[in-house]
Design a protein around this ligand. Structure first.
Ligand code: SF4
Length: 508
């Protein structure tokens, strides 16, 4: 094994999500806004979607009235490091949007922190984006040909500028923002969930394929959290306001309850008077939605709801399918923490094998650097996981993981377990082999780096040093994802990184 192969930095560990969005609008009862603390609500909401992006965070607020000024604060780092109490006090207003970023396009630096804010003839707009445009190159060319300068390499800035450069939409007098959004959705079909803020409203937008998630929540009044739990239905008028988030897991911490998803192709307008669905942009005939299956398998928090089902439940069903497809005799079933844990619990349950932890994760490792010495490089995954050696000594272990990307991390884990006393290590992967890159907001390595593109399953088993290796089949994955869906609603899932069949042909 070369030094490079032995170096397993945390950055090599897996796939990376592109971003998290959170927005909030206070209700106005009788024209008076509720006393909702919008900036603290946004801050807590962004903490709730922190797992979707850890490079930088930004919040923009306004007063919810036409032509009101914007308050802006953006910073590199985690949400809790980016904002102090003083910052939140200065972020005044009754409406706001926020963003946590992981870069797939554009550098990881201050100019790329979202939301992007630009001045237009009709006032300022702020835009927060999760996703990646598959036709960014040609859209960029169109803007540059029209004399529009771009200051970053980010396609989120591109989207913002596209919104402002739609000359036929309401110029010179009006501000036909819905018209602008519709035009942009016609030009850029995938991939984006967007929050667009004007001084008096927030638009929540999902691309026509619904590739990235976005959902609405109701902010309950403070009285709903009194000493005695009351199962009461609140009318829209009684609410403190509305929230919109990449994931519903962020709602609990801000006192909100899940309402519904923003539908693929839908534009929802949220003001102090409530929310209205304003527009649905259709997909080309015969095309199904293409919600990213990796949200279920890996990215999302297990307590989030997508398409009416909890992510944790879908992960358990992946474990059930895996047990049916690839059982093995073993003393215990375990997991590479944390996203594969529900699948491992169900795999163990199905086969009647005890579930036990064999790895303790150090959640404080964070980003690591290329290690300067061979000794440090060879420590590999030991920087991130400690073996629970008394649990694994002399045992035949089934280790469940959610995915194998490059294979070097799994190889290090198998070596770590065997060095710590495991008799056998059988790998079961709760998703199918990843063979193709993603062009829609997920940082998947190139084809040359994806181990499943380079080697057969048997060669991968040999490479990682496992006693056996099986992946969940694509049919098994789709069965697990689709079992809990409402069959009366149109649904469809992107599995392009498994099959190479992209919902929209990307620009190469
Ligand atoms: S290619 Fe893979 S990671 Fe990208 S959106 Fe499709 S399923 Fe998700």
């Amino acid at each position: 094994m070369s030094d490079a192969e032995a170096d397993v930095s945390v950055d090599d560990y897996g796939l990376r999500e592109a971003c998290g969005l959170f927005g909030c609008v206070a209700n106005a009862r009788g024209g008076v806004p509720s006393d909702l603390d919008v900036s603290h609500t946004l801050h807590m909401g962004l903490v709730g979607v922190q797992h979707r992006g850890q490079e930088s965070a930004g919040i923009v607020t306004s007063f919810g009235t036409p032509n009101a000024p914007f308050c802006i604060k953006k910073c590199m780092g985690l949400v809790n490091n980016a904002f102090c109490d003083e910052d939140l006090k200065k972020l005044r207003g009754n409406i706001g949007i926020g963003h946590t970023r992981y870069s797939t396009q554009g550098d990881s630096d201050h100019v790329n922190i979202q939301p992007f804010v630009v001045e237009t003839l009709q006032g300022r707009i702020a835009v927060a984006h999760n996703g990646e445009l598959v036709n960014a190159k040609s859209l960029k060319k169109r803007l540059l040909l029209h004399g529009v300068g771009l200051s970053t390499g980010s396609d989120s800035e591109l989207l913002t500028q596209l919104l402002t450069h739609q000359p036929e939409c309401g110029e010179p007098n009006g501000a036909d923002w819905l018209g602008r959004i519709k035009k942009v959705m016609g030009e850029a079909s995938i991939s984006y969930s967007l929050l667009i803020m004007l001084s008096d409203r927030v638009y929540a937008v999902r691309d026509p394929y619904g590739n990235r998630p976005l959902c609405l929540g109701k902010l309950l009044p403070a009285s709903a959290f009194g000493k005695h739990y009351e199962k009461k239905q609140y009318s829209d008028n009684e609410l403190d306001g509305w929230v919109v988030s990449s994931e519903s897991c962020a709602f609990n911490a801000v006192g909100a309850v899940y309402y519904r998803e923003v539908l693929p192709g839908e534009v929802v307008e949220i003001t102090s008077q409530g929310f209205k669905s304003k527009l649905i942009v259709e997909r080309p005939k015969g095309k199904l939605p293409a919600f990213c299956f990796f949200e279920y398998v890996y990215f999302a928090r297990p307590d989030s709801l997508f398409e009416g089902q909890m992510v944790y439940t879908v992960r358990k069903r992946c474990g059930k399918q895996l047990a049916m497809e690839a059982p093995v005799e073993a003393d215990l079933v375990s997991t590479v923490p944390d996203s594969a844990t529900p699948a491992a619990i169900e795999y163990a349950h199905m086969l009647g094998i005890p579930f036990e932890n064999v790895l303790c994760k150090n959640t404080y490792v964070g980003r690591t650097f290329i290690q300067p010495t061979t000794r440090l490089r060879q420590l590999g995954v030991a920087k991130k996981f400690g073996p629970l050696f008394e649990n694994l000594d002399g045992k035949r272990i089934v280790l469940i993981d959610d995915s194998i990307v490059r294979g070097n991390t799994m190889g290090s884990i198998v070596r770590l377990l065997k060095r710590s006393g495991a008799k056998e290590v059988h790998i079961r992967v709760a998703s199918p082999p990843i063979k193709y890159p993603c062009y829609m907001g997920i940082n998947v390595p190139t084809r040359e780096e994806l181990i499943a593109n380079l080697k057969t399953v048997e060669e991968i088993r040999e490479y990682v040093g496992a006693d056996s290796l099986h992946y969940l089949s694509i049919e098994g994955l789709l069965q697990a994802v689709e079992e809990g869906l409402d069959k009366t609603k149109p649904s469809g899932h992107c599995v392009a990184c498994l099959t190479g069949n992209y919902p929209v042909t990307p620009e190469w």
